[in-house]
Design a protein around this ligand. Structure first.
Ligand SMILES: [Zn+2]
Length: 266
């Protein structure tokens, strides 16, 4: 019996990062598997990401944080999802620190703005371009139904944003497609039902296509739905992480993933 247990543990640990250890919320339930993979193996930007596979197949979604290394609520929210999510149906890929070198020094960028390095170049000397190429390759191989990019902003949204784009940012969800897709409108309406009335609530926002940006490359090159969530950095970090979580979890629900995650309350 001891031998069987040892073989089982070895086979699990060699393939997966393991089962969740916190069973208090999900006592008696079966857990999803989480596989760890990497961008840039043996390169300066080697970056782990987490592939959650539910017990049943279903929609596929990518959630990325840390494209800008100083937007800390984005990767704190991803870390929380990696720790507490139990995915029942579908596949979720979580990349908490997409630009890990910038995250490690808590700066927006290292050489160039990674979010402006798309579609990337695998032969470049600049790691941000190699990373962007790998990210595009991952998207092309997985062909997800939805990609959600988590960001933060120093500018706070005000009603003037409806006519002046410079007044936008925290709290918005950006699309480069107009009219807005039903999925976006529904997701923002529903996430706001879980957010107290006032400045914390999200607004849909349109920006025209920029050919170098991550979001626009996902949409234009692959025809995949993708939106960028921006929280306002003037809020307390605890609230920013909750707002990122509410947005990410709502998109997961709207695209049709089935999952368990502890309630987020303000
Ligand atoms: Zn950003």
């Amino acid at each position: 019996m001891k031998k069987i247990i040892i073989i089982f543990l070895f086979s699990v640990s060699s393939l997966y990062c393991g089962f969740f250890s916190d069973t208090s919320s999900y006592s008696g339930k079966l857990y999803n598997f989480v596989k760890v993979d990497y961008f840039g193996v043996h390169d300066e930007y080697e970056t782990p990401y987490f592939v959650f596979m539910g017990k049943k197949p279903g929609p596929v979604m990518i959630l990325d944080g840390g494209i800008h290394g100083d937007e800390i609520a984005s990767y704190m929210a991803c870390d929380s999802i990696v720790k507490y999510l139990n995915l029942l149906e579908g596949t979720l890929i979580v990349i908490p620190r997409t630009n890990i070198k910038a995250c490690n020094i808590n700066q927006r960028l290292v050489n160039i703005d990674f979010n402006h390095a798309f579609p990337g170049d695998l032969t470049s000397d600049v790691y941000e371009l190699r990373l962007a190429y790998e990210f595009m390759w991952l998207v092309d191989s997985l062909k997800p139904d939805l990609i959600i990019n988590l960001h933060e902003a120093w500018t706070k949204w005000s009603p003037e944003a409806l006519t002046d784009p410079d007044k936008a940012y925290g709290q918005i969800v950006i699309s480069c497609v107009k009219p807005f897709e039903d999925l976006l409108v529904r997701a923002v309406d529903n996430m706001n039902k879980n957010i107290p009335e006032g400045d914390f609530r999200f607004h849909t926002h349109y920006y025209s296509v920029r050919e170098y940006s991550s979001l626009d490359n996902f949409v234009l090159k692959f025809g995949i739905k993708s939106y960028t969530v921006e929280t306002y950095r003037g809020f307390e970090i605890e609230d920013r992480v909750k707002l990122q979580l509410v947005a990410a979890l709502q998109f997961m629900e709207e695209i049709g993933l089935r999952f368990q995650y502890p309630a987020v309350s303000f």
